[in-house]
Design a binder for this molecule. Structure first.
Ligand code: 5GP
Length: 208
């Protein structure tokens, strides 16, 4: 059995990574989303174990220092990280794994999983990004401003990172189409076929 495909969606807060998730999970039955841990307090619509694992800073640092995170980053004052075990286990079982990460974390994952596919999700424009962040009623105006400043800095640093694809999230269905196409194409790569696949194909062909 070959290892599953790691799909990392990255991009500034407000680009709509989370909005794309249900459409991707529905399209690919073998795809699993792995939740992150964070020290950020839950928003009122969020629950522990579903949106995030909401950890104290102490808990987070303990797990991180014991090597329990695949990557981690500080984002506008809070820590975010990917628990190692579920991702490694799912990939070893041949499942595809979907992750949503800000850019530093995506960079660390790219080093650990060069065979993964790294997709940068862009908002249609900076003006629209501002509108989306300012339109959220889950964050204070000060927090919205910090996120907006962070998003602008992230966009400026994009050329320093090595993403494989960029997808503009203008209309949700169009963005989903493009990401679905990327995942299908990645699965067709010769380099991703299981070892000995040509022999297996020939034996199967002779038998029929
Ligand atoms: P939010 O606070 O809006 O939920 O997330 C802030 C940013 O952190 C988003 O860009 C989100 O994709 C990213 N993020 C969520 N989980 C993780 C994680 O485990 N690691 C990293 N590096 N970023 C994450």
């Amino acid at each position: 059995m070959s290892e599953g495909l790691l799909v990392v969606l990255s991009g500034p807060s407000g680009a709509g990574k989370g909005t794309l998730r249900p459409g991707l999970l529905a399209a690919f039955p073998n795809l699993r989303f792995c939740i992150s841990a964070t020290t950020r307090p839950p928003r009122r619509n969020e629950t522990h174990g579903q949106s995030y694992l909401f950890w104290t800073r102490q808990q987070f640092e303990r797990v991180r220092d014991a090597g329990g995170l695949l990557e981690w980053a500080e984002y506008v004052g809070n820590l975010y990280g990917t628990p190692r075990e579920p991702v490694e286990q799912l990939l070893a079982e041949g499942r595809d794994v979907l992750l949503e990460k800000e850019m530093q974390g995506a960079g660390q994952l790219k080093e650990a999983f060069p065979q993964g596919v790294f997709i940068f999700v862009l908002p249609p424009s900076v003006a629209e990004l501002k509108r989306r962040i300012a339109g959220r009623d889950t964050e204070s105006p000060a927090e919205q401003l910090r996120r907006l400043q962070k998003a602008t800095a992230e966009l400026e640093s994009l050329p320093d990172y090595h993403y494989d694809y960029v997808v503009v999230n203008d209309r949700l269905e169009d963005a989903l189409d493009r990401i679905r196409a990327i995942i299908v194409a990645e699965h067709c790569r010769i380099s991703r076929q299981a070892p000995g696949w040509v022999d297996a194909f020939c034996r199967r062909s002779e038998a029929t």
